[in-house]
Design a binder for this molecule. Sequence first.
Ligand code: SAM
Ligand code: SF4
Length: 378
Amino acid sequence: MDLTVNDILSRGDFRRENIVTLLESEGEDRKLLFSESARTKERYIGNKVWFRGLIEFSNICGKNCLYCGIRQGNKNLERYNLTDKEILAAADFAYRNRYGSIALQSGEIESRSFTLRIESLLRRIKELSHGELGITLSVGEQEPSVYKRWFDAGAHRYLLRIEATNPELYRKIHPKNIKHDFQRRLDCLKSLQDTGYQTGTGVMIGLPYQTMDDLAGDLLFMKEFDIDMCGMGPYIEHADTPLIKVSGSLLPPYIRFDLTLKMIAILRIMMKDINMVAATALQAIDPVGREKAVKAGANIIMPNITPGMYRDSYKLYNNKPCTDDSADDCLSCLETRVNLADSEVIYGEWGDTIHYRKRRQASGGRHQAAGGGQEGIT
Ligand code: SAM
Ligand code: SF4
């Protein structure tokens, strides 16, 4: 017999079919879901938000994911690569504004020169911030030895979205070749976790061909993998990508948006003490999308601190917000927005999860966080 939303939440019974029931909840049931996730967040995290200053340092990518606006095959795009000086200046901005952490993100390049460049940048960012800025990397699939080098140089979090955990769906949204291999993506996630990173993953919601059952499977995967951080957001079409051909089959944007909020709420209840990002893509659909995500259970916001002139070229999808703000505009606007979500921005702390600390202890403390395992920088 199918359980009601109330039964599922009070029993904490997150079997696949029950997650689908939660994803499809409407009216009073939907309200019940969101009040439970808000309660869980308040109890385990508090009404707090931490910033990760996002530096999208290059849109040069060697891959061709069928959904992504900066895929190698898109020729309608000016490519850029920030200089070291520009990256360090952005990191310094984050440090001076007491963001606690930054996130370095780019297209995916696997090469020795890329490896060495990131390694040197990590060391210099640690130096300029006296070891205080936390650093998240999100630069795709790399060899285990590369992940280790970067960890040793000071990165301590890594975000690698699995994108879709159903291998068949994964294949449909990527070219069929060795560069876009589901198993490798999984192996990379495992290798990140084994190296000692706080490991983050996530999926896109509302992809073509995706079912509710797929989304339920995504959440079960995250729980089973025991992730420390999650960044998931709505899929948004981009005119210069192959998937635009099937955009007629997509759910309307407001449904993709609502499904994303539900995914965040359900995961918050399933994994109470992880860090969850309120994705920028939410704001491309709803002007107060990120605030709604914070209310639903997210506790991390990534203010864009990439120099403004490059932002327009990091267009992953249509309608990407805030591409013409400066980093200062971004800060004041976000602080107001977070307050609107009845939450408080916590400055000068890394904002690591209790989840990570517990997981590290369970693995015998063998994974010391880079920077001497320091938690806050206050
Ligand atoms: N290249 C790295 C990688 O793929 O892991 C990091 C940068 S990549 C641009 C960051 C994320 O953007 C991807 O993991 C993907 O989920 C998201 N993304 C790309 N295209 C998107 C789209 N059309 N709509 C929503 N999210 C998208
Ligand atoms: Fe490149 Fe990442 Fe976009 Fe794929 S999602 S094309 S790896 S930037």
